[in-house]
Design a protein around this ligand. Structure first.
Ligand SMILES: Cc1cc2nc3c(=O)[nH]c(=O)nc-3n(C[C@H](O)[C@H](O)[C@H](O)COP(=O)(O)OP(=O)(O)OC[C@H]3O[C@@H](n4cnc5c(N)ncnc54)[C@H](O)[C@@H]3O)c2cc1C
Length: 538
């Protein structure tokens, strides 16, 4: 166990960038790239120079992929990142040697070129890991996704009878017009099963009552599970039941996803590219022809040939000078996000469960999921006599959870772990809280229209392109975020004319195969909507 190849170099380089004016030169010289990293021939004349490099905004998976591919093609490239760490939402936090993800990050993709790139970067450090994740309900572990047999067996005779009557009642007197998630599920399963298995977790994730979620959306999400098939399966077996199987193995860097992004950063620098940390972009200046003329990133002024941006759409609109047309600004103001926070707790002794993560359906606690980082990779936990779990809370920036002090969050995590009967609080040695702003771009009734309005403006900008997850306001996992970067680089270098917005346009949830549509009847007004478009998280 120890330091992997990306870490020390990244730190050394970031320490010596103070006062460096990017318009003068880049931070070279760097050692030449590995022999195996042969340049991709460019087919069209390309104008990036050291004075006018391609500028990439944000060093998450998307931005780094763009930086890596450009550096590999020997194109002068500068990546600027607001934080002092790379990886964006997919980074790995390291506290006192304990490593944890902000939401466990599996590496799984159907896109072969992304898979190839992951292996190219990680090589032997890319572990293949088994997946195990279950639902924790009423002190018991149930299969995920909910499996009828399991549910019926776990209910016990009293609750099963209650659920049975509740089901019969719903069947005899169904609610005529199904408007909400609650109506839809209760009509099919009865109120009791709805309350036991559907209400609590759904409300934690989406932040509103299940009365405020659409019935059509419930129909999309809950497939292949009915009360009768469940009961039948419980008593006569589950043969031939085609409950969707989930991916049961995935890749994971030995030291967590951060290792992927830090190694990539290291490689970009070795190939002559430049990655600047602690450089939040504050202004993007456009000339009269709509070309980016200058970008201001915390004191650095950069005059790029082209810009590839993974900044949230909202921020891009807010930072543009001159400001985009009023309707574009209005569209951006309405874009909202669900935020997220992780409380990592270090526990003396054994892991509390063998799963990578568990879903918490208990309504009396606020935690939504719990990660077990040693199951992801044993190298995530420096002391093998301890365990480290990540208590995950879905929230809105500015709400009571978000604004709670770190100490109180750690206390909340401890008390909830104990309340669930998983770990007594005296076994929790210490804890760390991390907030993740804009974790989920929210899909509401008019988000697609808003994005389209912003896109219409962006399409007219000849040397500026948006990529990534919040960059396109889409639930892209890191593979699709990276694929958008690959397409943007191909467009730049080879003039391919790919439509970046078409990447992953067909699906929202890859695993569950659910069509792209929005859950909210009326999306909640979030505290962060009141803030200026380009405001930093509070
Ligand atoms: C809870 C959770 C679990 C997830 N699990 C998985 C998983 O299992 N597998 C998977 O593949 N994906 C997963 N994802 C999705 C994955 O995290 C994203 O797809 C990926 O991080 C998106 O990459 P990105 O580069 O587009 O954006 P980001 O990761 O958001 O990176 C954007 C970067 O831009 C920087 N930035 C923002 N503003 C500025 C500014 N003004 N100036 C400079 N820099 C700026 C940010 O600091 C950040 O580093 C998960 C996401 C969440 C929230």
């Amino acid at each position: 166990m120890g330091c992997y190849r990306g870490n020390s170099r990244v730190r050394a380089l970031t320490q010596r960038i103070d006062g460096y004016l990017l318009t003068d030169a880049d931070a070279g010289p760097y050692p030449r790239p590995d022999a195996e990293m042969t340049p991709t021939p460019t087919q069209t004349p390309f104008t990036a120079t050291r004075d006018r490099p391609v500028l990439v905004l944000g060093a998450g998976p998307a931005g780094l992929t763009a930086g890596y591919l450009l550096a590999k093609a020997r194109v002068p490239v500068v990546v600027v990142e607001a934080e002092w760490q790379v990886g964006g939402i997919a980074k790995t936090e390291v506290r006192e040697g304990y490593r944890f993800d902000l939401g466990g990050h599996r590496f799984f993709t159907k896109a072969k070129e992304v898979d190839r790139l992951w292996h190219e970067i990680m090589r032997e450090e890319f572990l293949e890991r088994p997946r195990m994740s279950r639902i924790f309900w009423n002190g018991k572990f149930l299969d995920y996704p909910l499996n009828g047999t399991n549910v019926v067996k776990s209910l016990g005779p009293v609750e099963l009878t209650r659920a049975g009557f509740s089901y019969l009642w719903a069947a005899a007197k169904p609610k005529g017009k199904e408007e909400s998630f609650e109506d839809w599920v209760s009509n099919r399963f009865g109120k009791r099963l709805f309350q036991l298995f559907f209400k609590s977790y759904t409300e934690k994730v989406w932040g509103v009552s299940t009365k405020e979620l659409r019935a059509e959306w419930a129909a999309q999400r809950i497939k292949g599970l009915s009360f009768f098939s469940a009961a039948k399966a419980a008593f006569v077996g589950n043969k031939g039941n085609k409950i969707k199987s989930l991916i049961d193995r995935f890749h994971y860097p030995r030291f967590g996803p951060g290792q992927m992004w830090e190694t990539m950063t290291d490689d970009i620098r070795r190939m002559g590219g430049d990655v600047r940390l602690g450089a939040p972009v504050r202004e993007i200046k456009f000339d009269a022809a709509g070309r980016v003329s200058e970008v201001q990133a915390n004191g650095y002024r950069i005059r790029p040939s082209h810009v590839i941006s993974s900044l949230p759409l909202r921020a891009t609109v807010g930072m543009s000078d001159p400001a985009p047309p009023r309707e574009v600004q209005e569209a951006a103001k309405g874009l909202r996000y669900r935020d997220f926070l992780t409380v990592a707790l270090v526990i003396e002794g054994e892991d509390p469960f063998p799963d990578n993560w568990i879903y918490i359906h208990e309504p009396e606690v606020r935690v939504g999921r719990i990660q077990n980082f040693k199951s992801w990779s044993p190298w995530m936990v420096p002391d093998p006599s301890t365990a480290c779990v990540g208590m995950e809370y879905f929230c809105f920036e500015g709400d009571d959870l978000w604004t709670m002090s770190d100490e109180d969050l750690v206390e909340l995590g401890k008390s909830e772990l104990e309340k669930l009967g998983l770990v007594s609080r005296d076994r929790v040695v210490k804890g760390y809280a991390t907030r993740v702003p804009k974790a989920y771009p929210m899909y509401d009734a008019d988000y697609a229209e808003r994005v389209e309005d912003i896109r219409t403006w962006l399409d007219e900008l000849p040397n500026f392109v948006q990529i990534g997850r919040n960059g396109l306001h889409r639930y892209n996992n890191s593979d699709h975020s990276m694929l958008t970067a690959m397409r943007a680089v191909e467009n730049l270098l080879e003039g391919t004319g790919h439509d970046i917005w078409a990447v992953n346009a067909e699906s929202v949830y890859h695993e569950e195969d659910v069509a792209d549509e929005h859950p909210y009847r009326q999306a909640p007004e979030t505290p962060a909507m009141e803030k200026p478009l380009a405001a930093e998280p509070s």
